[in-house]
Design a protein around this ligand. Structure first.
Ligand SMILES: *[C@@H]1O[C@H](CO)[C@@H](O)[C@H](O)[C@H]1NC(C)=O
Ligand SMILES: *[C@@H]1O[C@H](CO)[C@@H](O)[C@H](O)[C@H]1NC(C)=O
Ligand SMILES: *[C@@H]1O[C@H](CO)[C@@H](O)[C@H](O)[C@H]1NC(C)=O
Length: 335
């Protein structure tokens, strides 16, 4: 009886203060979805390092884990090698929990709840990602866009965004469109849908699928989003163009005098690109003339017969954030 009281007095301060101050720290990792009883890698703790022999004979050593999530692992002594190992007690899911910070307790002979336990080390276990999630789009499975057919080339007309619950490469995405349509380009890195070629006079809607694929191995691909883009004739919206709701226009009038068409153009649009056309098919018989600014100072030209507005020198948003053009449209039939 006297001995056991004495032992208690000697051991408690040593375990409680001295060791806690500079508890050895170990770091290991295990891949998620590994089967139960997988070894935690990079973590093989020599019994010498944790001073375990100080408390117990090597053969009587048992380890017990403490801390939030400690039930997911089991620590045991590899007597032959003089190491302590950790193994998983279940299949782990990184998306549910990616790291554990645990304390290792040492008990002699048995780790029954009443026995004296010394805290001998702390360990951190990282749960590493495997590519177990496919990318998913935030938007619904179908996207329908109505696009003004005078929309400037290089405009971003839509942005598709997918997410992937994995991490690192397993969550890095590339967007792919199928089939390719020359009028639209989906930027692989961003999912932005760009208008790259005129849709003026297109007879039907443009339809394509967009998928997101991650960079894991093997890669995973999302379900497709069906994108439908319907070109809309700007000339069918007189109120917006003319700024008036006048309904009774002469069927032969090309545009109301003073009608305004405005559009945005990217400053890196290249010289020679047609940014819009004033001559959709119903105005076949018109002639177009740039009245202002003078053609020498204008960064765009207007095709006399086509009505195409073409970039003739580089645009610079800093010096010329907007440009106002006046175009005379003459009906060749004499109106
Ligand atoms: C344990 O850790 C998890 C994940 O870090 C946390 O969500 C949970 O609240 C913690 N539980 C306790 C009892 O601290
Ligand atoms: C894009 O799709 C439309 C509609 O299906 C089609 O008329 C057009 O020719 C296509 N353009 C290219 C360049 O594939
Ligand atoms: C041009 O861009 C500005 C600023 O982003 C926007 O407010 C405006 O509506 C755009 N105009 C057209 C015709 O797209």
């Amino acid at each position: 009886m006297i001995w056991s009281v004495l032992l208690w007095c000697l051991l408690t301060p040593a375990a409680g203060y001295q060791t806690r101050e500079r508890l050895p720290f170990f770091h290991g990792h295990v891949f998620e979805n590994s089967p139960t009883a997988s070894k935690v890698n990079g973590l093989s703790v020599p019994v010498r390092r944790i001073n375990a022999q100080k408390w117990c004979p090597v053969s009587g050593m048992h380890f017990k884990l403490y801390g939030n999530g400690s039930e997911d692992f089991r620590a045991f002594a590899h007597h032959k090698r003089g190491n302590m190992l950790l193994k998983t007690c279940r299949v782990l899911d990184r998306e549910a929990r990616s790291e554990y910070l645990l304390s290792v307790g040492l008990c002699c002979q048995t780790c029954a709840s009443e026995s004296v336990v010394f805290e001998v080390a702390s360990v951190k276990v990282d749960v590493l990602d495997t590519n177990d999630h496919e990318p998913t789009f935030r938007s619904a499975g179908t996207v329908h866009i109505t696009l003004d057919d005078t929309t400037a080339l290089r405009s971003v007309v839509y942005r598709l965004e997918a997410v992937d619950a994995d991490s690192g490469n397993n969550a890095e995405l590339t967007y792919i469109s199928v089939p390719k349509n020359g009028s639209f380009y989906v930027i692989p890195k961003t999912g932005e849908v760009l208008l790259v070629d005129s849709i003026l006079g297109l007879p039907s809607e443009v339809k394509f699928h967009v998928f997101a694929r991650d960079h894991g191995w093997p890669p995973r691909t999302s379900k497709g989003v069906v994108v439908t883009i319907a070109p809309q004739r700007w000339a069918t919206r007189p109120a917006e163009l003319a700024g008036s709701g006048r309904g009774g226009r002469s069927p032969r009038a090309l545009l109301d005098p003073g009608a305004k068409v405005s559009l945005n153009v990217s400053e890196d649009a290249s010289v020679g690109s047609v940014i819009t056309s004033l001559g959709p098919s119903r105005f076949q018989s018109a002639a177009y003339e740039l009245v202002y600014p003078e053609s020498e100072s204008s960064p765009v030209t207007v095709g006399r017969d086509s009505g195409d507005i073409t970039i003739s020198r580089r645009l610079d948003r800093e010096t010329e954030p907007f440009l106002e053009l006046t175009v005379k449209i003459q009906d060749k039939r004499g109106v």
